[in-house]
Each structure stands twice: as C-alpha cells, then as structure tokens.
Design a protein around this ligand. Structure first.
Ligand code: SAH
Length: 358
C-alpha cells in the first residue's frame, strides 16, 4: 500500500478506490462530481503521487505524424468525417513520411505515432514497408493509429515490427457510442482492441469527455473498463465541437471533468502511460500542464509537415499548428519543467510489457 501524507476522510476514500476499484463505483462517481477546490486538489495530488510511484518524474515524448486525413467514417464529433467536412484531403508520400521521421529522430525522440483517418484506400503492404524502413533506418518504437482494420492487417503490421497501437473506444456506453457514430458498432471496436491485445501489441485506448448523452455513470464505467483491459496506454481528452460535424453546436467537454477522469484513471490503472493530450492543449487554452499534474506522463509533439498540419483538423483551434517541430521540443521541455519534471528521451515502452520490447 502507498503511503500518503494527506489526512482525513477523503484520503481513506481515495485509498479504497486505489485498493479496490471494483467495489468503489459509487466513490468514483463521487470524485467525478467533486467541485470543492480543496477536495479536487486532494484528488489531483493523490493521482500525482501514484504517477510518481509507478512511473517517476520523466515525461515521455511521442512524435506524431498525421500522414493522411482521408476517412471513410462519419463520426459525428470528428472534423475528418466524410460527410460534413469540406477540408482538403491529403495523404503523405512514403518519402514525406520518412523525412518527418528523420526530423523527429534528429531531436532524439524514440517513438513515432503514425496516425490517419480510417482510410479504406490505405494499402496494408505500403504501410508494412514503411514500418520496416523505420525500424531498419531509425530503430524507433512504432505506434500505429489508423482505426479499425481486419485482424490480418494488424498481424501484418505487427510482423513488420510495429510495437504499439492506439484505438480509443471513445466511450464504453453503447447508447452514447451509437449516438455519436453512424454505421459503426461498438462491438467491432471492442473486437479490434481484443485482436490487438492478442497480437502482442502495446495497446492504447481512451475516451472523449463531453460526448452527447455521456453521464458520470458512463465515465465511471469507462475508467473501470481501462482497468479490466489492462491497457498499456490511455488517452483522455475533452470533446471539442467542430463546425463541420453533426455535433457542431454541442457544448465542449468540461476541462475539470477531463482532469478528474485522468486522475482517477491514473489512480486505478497505476502504471499505464497517459498523455496530456493535444485536445487538452487545444481547449480554449493549453491545459496540458494541468494534465501532467493530474496523472499524465506523456507529451506528443507534432511532426506532421506544416503544409499538412492544419488539414488534420479533427477539431478546431488545434494547438501548435504553426510551430516548427524543433521549437516544439523547447515548448515541451518548458511544460515538463513547469510541472517540476524533466523530458525523458527513452522509447518509453509499456511498463507492463517492458521485458518483451527493446
Ligand atoms: N482514425 C483513427 C484516429 C482518429 S483521430 C481512429 O479511428 O482511431 C484520433 C482521436 O481524435 C480520436 O480517437 C478521438 O478521440 C479524437 N477526436 C476526434 N474528434 C474530436 C473532437 N471533436 N474533439 C476532441 N477529440 C476528438
């Protein structure tokens, strides 16, 4: 059991959540509903201590390359949706991708995240070739985030050397999920997550906070789902309305609630890698430092070439649209320092599966 300096009832309740999340559904809900500043501080600092105990003070870096905004889906919250959005579509060539990877490798980042819309035209062999090249030329950890795909493609990419995969469940509430997606089933997303786990990927998932119809009950269940699945990485960000979507006029996700979800997820999952997400950095102001102080331990500088960056508009007002990637590192360094931490330039493999990766 962890030792904390805090006193009082709240600490006991947090310890119960920490020790026994399954029996703490009511308590988790209680913390999601907290408004009192002092009590909130207590929650965030508990999460911060769990982070320190299981992960330490290093802030890991993942270099993000958004290589295509082509998407065949119409998620009602996402600016890349095939219907409402009038954005110009792009797909980076193999050379462009390798140059972006050269850039991030040059500043000593050891993980690349290759993300795209869910592009039906994505050639699995083309991507497998890129993964192999990254591995042999740069030796980086490779994370993919290209959506729901058949098992055979996940296997091909794993065999090609991909280490990690990010696929957010977005919400575990079947009704909220159904109301936010057209023609897509939560069951198929869950199956994809199970496929990825069975293939030995380090698997990341996560949710949006503030989706239409979402309740604290469903958020509490999301957090318990993260523990159930024992994910290696968990990304939690606020919903930000995009004008080219069905949810254009919905209220943005509440930042404080987002931070509470991050904190409780840290307390319950303990050693999962958790980014202070770009969405948290783009919600009117930059709240990534608050994220780092509430349990998060990862930052994701953007290495998408500037000419494409603004086109990967999953939500408006995305942070760092004009920053040259080299400058990004300085900014990340500052955020880590303000949070009393330092940038950790290691590959940052899953703590749960570290022995299986190098
Ligand atoms: N096509 C990939 C990647 C999607 S984009 C996939 O399906 O996994 C990455 C993440 O952006 C999504 O998982 C979602 O959580 C987030 N996102 C999309 N629209 C958003 C919005 N309006 N506000 C905040 N985050 C959003």
């Amino acid at each position: 059991m962890l030792m904390f300096n805090m006193v009082g009832e709240l600490e006991d309740v947090l310890n119960k959540v920490y020790e026994n999340p399954r029996q703490s559904f009511k308590e988790i809900k209680h913390f999601l509903l907290l408004e009192d500043e002092k009590e909130l501080k207590c929650l965030f600092s508990f999460a911060d201590k769990v982070r320190k105990e299981f992960i330490g003070e290093g802030v890991l870096l993942r270099g993000l390359v958004e290589f295509s905004n082509n998407c065949a889906n119409s998620c009602f919250y996402c600016g890349l949706n095939k219907q409402g959005s009038s954005i110009k579509r792009y797909g980076m060539s193999r050379d462009e991708i390798m140059r972006a990877i050269g850039d991030l490798s040059a500043v000593n980042i050891k993980t690349v995240v290759l993300q795209s819309g869910e592009d039906n035209g994505l050639d699995p062999l083309w991507l497998a070739g890129i993964i192999k090249d990254i591995k042999s030329n740069f030796g980086l950890a490779v994370t993919l985030s290209v959506g729901e795909k058949p098992y055979g493609e996940y296997r091909l990419w794993r065999d090609a050397g991909a280490d990690r995969y990010l696929l957010k469940i977005e919400t575990t509430d079947p009704q909220v999920y159904a109301a936010a997606h057209s023609g897509r089933l939560i069951e198929s997303r869950l199956k994809c997550l199970d496929d990825l786990i069975s293939l030995g990927y380090q698997v990341g998932s996560g949710v949006l906070v503030g989706l239409r119809g979402q309740t604290v009950d469903s958020l509490a269940r999301d957090i318990l789902f993260f523990q159930d699945k024992n994910f290696d990485m968990i990304g939690i960000g606020p919903f930000i309305p995009h004008p080219g979507t069905f949810f254009a006029n919905d209220k943005p996700g509440d930042i404080r609630l987002t931070l509470k979800v991050i904190a409780l997820t840290r307390i319950i999952t303990r050693d999962a890698h958790m980014p202070a997400t770009t969405a948290l950095g783009s919600a009117g102001a930059d709240y990534r430092i608050e994220g780092l102080k509430s349990g998060a331990n990862v930052l994701m500088p953007n290495f998408t070439p500037l000419r494409y960056r603004a086109l990967y508009e999953i939500y408006p007002g995305k942070t760092c649209l004009k920053e040259a990637s080299e400058k990004c590192i300085l900014c990340m360094d500052e955020k880590a320092k303000i949070s009393g931490r330092f940038l950790d330039y290691s590959a940052g493999h899953s703590i749960k599966k570290r022995h299986l990766f190098n």
